[in-house]
Design a protein around this ligand. Structure first.
Ligand SMILES: [Zn+2]
Length: 346
């Protein structure tokens, strides 16, 4: 409970002998009359001055003035609480100076505002990146080297087996799919990382043997990836066949929930690629949907993380090749897939 503060100058707070009026009723009466009538008596030149001093003392609080001098240098006993105050040597100036009521108030301690050092400007917090805390495994399909090791059978999901890897396709002039996949993966990694994601690639370079397809899925599982995005390009000799499509697994290790999220990712990727790039939907896969559900893709089948396989174009089609070989296109694809990842993960 906070004690109630006394009002300065309030009579209730003053001891009886502290009032300058307490010893002289005549001054009090006259002073009262002067205040009430609001005019000065012409015959008394001294009283207004004394009254002003008294009012000043009274207004300053209930501390009795030790010395109050009259205008002619004579101490006013009636206004003094101390005999010493009647000293004839007291001059008005000395008396006023000595009076606690008119002395300068003790210097206030420096306020915290004045003494505190300037508050450092607050730096705005950077906005959280949309993929912060997410792990995304990016799989550049195939490898540079293709030999007997690639023919070794590995698990493909559902108790089935298939070769470790295939050679991948190439353009008519020999530009290999694994290189496109690698370059596209680099762009995607950069884009995803710029959005805060931790990105794990399934192979370290575009010059070696590379992992088998089952190991690519295992990379996603080992990293508890939020998403797995496998990058490929197709090779169809059908006349006029062109465009991108998205492969989905119908039988993922992660179960129906992961399959459902994978479809969501596929649809988001399709929409973003159509919006941000010039690559059309596949004219030969998916009957216009650009979606291709399959059960023979080990990289997706064995994944416990939601995942898709992008076939970014037909390497046997000149129009598609022009896009696939363009760094600008690959950048657009990366942005599209990153947007799809953000949208899918919400
Ligand atoms: Zn491929």
């Amino acid at each position: 409970m906070i004690p109630r503060k006394s009002r300065p100058g309030s009579p209730a707070n003053c001891p009886p002998n502290a009032s300058p009026w307490s010893r002289n009723r005549g001054y009090r009466e006259r002073g009262t009359r002067l205040i009430r009538q609001g005019r000065k008596p012409l015959v008394d030149l001294v009283a207004p001055v004394v009254l002003a001093l008294v009012l000043g003392l009274s207004a300053s609080g209930c501390t009795a003035a030790p010395t109050i001098a009259s205008p002619d240098g004579r101490a006013e006993p009636a206004l003094s609480a101390s005999p010493a105050a009647a000293s004839p040597d007291s001059s008005p100036t000395q008396a006023l100076t000595a009076s606690p009521s008119v002395s300068p108030a003790p210097s206030a301690p420096p306020t915290s505002a004045a003494s505190a050092s300037p508050k450092p400007a607050e730096t705005p917090k950077p906005a959280a990146k949309p993929l912060a805390g997410r792990v995304i495994v990016v799989d550049p399909g195939h490898n540079k080297l293709y030999n007997s090791a690639n023919r070794k059978k590995v698990p493909a999901g559902n108790g089935k087996k298939k070769p470790c890897n295939s050679s991948g396709t190439a353009t008519n002039d020999g530009w290999p799919e694994h290189t496109f996949n690698w370059l596209q993966a680099q762009e995607l990694r950069s884009e995803l990382e710029s959005l805060g994601a931790k990105v794990v690639l399934t192979r370290k370079n575009d010059s070696g043997q590379g992992p088998c397809v089952n190991v690519r899925a295992q990379t996603a599982n080992d990293n508890k990836a939020d998403l797995l995005i496998s990058i490929h390009a197709d090779g169809s000799y059908s006349k006029g066949a062109r465009g991108f499509h998205v492969i989905l697994s119908t039988t993922m290790a992660g179960g129906s929930k992961v399959e459902k999220t994978s479809r969501k990712l596929a649809e988001n990727a399709r929409a973003a690629i159509e919006k941000l790039t010039d690559m059309p939907r596949s004219t030969y896969i998916g009957k216009g949907t650009a979606l291709s559900p399959r059960s023979d893709i080990a990289t997706l089948n064995l994944s416990k993380s939601p995942g898709i396989m992008m076939e970014m174009g037909n390497m046997r089609n000149a129009k598609d090749v022009k896009l696939l070989r363009s760094k600008t296109f690959r950048k657009e694809v990366a942005q599209a897939l990153a947007q799809a990842a953000v949208k899918t993960l919400g």
